[in-house]
Design a protein around this ligand. Structure first.
Ligand code: GRF
Length: 192
């Protein structure tokens, strides 16, 4: 069954592109029907436009609180019959309004091996800590920060020759393979 998906992103959008391209190339039974973006200048908006995917830009400052903003997002999702949400560099915590509307249907990618190095700087924090291995985690969203049930993880070695840039490049390359793989798997299992 064709699933209608929204991707939430705040920034560059390389994972957005990887997901959209994989859906097309692998003929996955899913369609990205909406990009939700909380920054009007984010490069991901141009990427969506290039794929003819509509965007919903939300400025949280226009709303009294998170619940009001998420109610507006929810209306945009429901108008397009969205059934699942993939977070791809969305730099906000999902609140109770969206969690209640999409129980077990919101997935996030995090650039570290959770529960290690949660938060906004997973790659840098792992690098500074001097670990020999870090990686990528895909997990369901719950009310905490990077704390929901883990779906899949892939380790990425930290090489003695790495600087932060080279490690970041390797992590991102891993993300761009793992996220589409997990999406394909969840669709196959009917879990989305
Ligand atoms: C990725 O590293 C993702 O794991 C993290 O934010 C970054 C988004 O990168 N949550 P991009 O916008 O997909 O290029």
């Amino acid at each position: 069954m064709m699933r209608k998906i929204a991707i939430f992103a705040s920034g560059t959008g390389t994972n957005f592109v990887a997901l959209v391209q994989a859906i097309k190339a692998r003929q996955l039974p899913a369609q990205v029907v909406l990009l939700v973006c909380d920054h009007q200048d984010a490069p991901v908006l141009q990427r969506a436009q290039a794929f003819n995917i509509p965007s919903f830009v939300i400025n949280f400052k226009d709303y009294a609180n998170k619940a009001a903003a998420e109610t507006a997002i929810l209306a945009a999702l429901q108008a397009r019959d969205v059934q699942a949400i993939l977070l791809a560099g969305y730099m906000r915590i999902i609140g109770p309004t969206l969690l209640a509307a999409y129980p077990n249907k919101i997935i996030n990618i995090h650039p570290a091996l959770l529960p290690k190095f949660p938060g906004a700087h997973g790659i840098e924090d792992a690098f500074q800590a001097g670990v020999k291995e870090t990686g990528v985690t895909i997990h369901f969203i719950d009310a905490g920060v990077d704390s929901g049930p883990i779906i899949a993880q892939k380790a990425v070695p930290v090489l003695p020759t790495d600087d932060l840039d080279s490690l970041e490049t390797r992590i991102h390359a891993t993300e761009h393979v793992l996220y589409p793989d997990v999406l394909a798997d969840l669709l196959k299992k009917g879990a989305l």
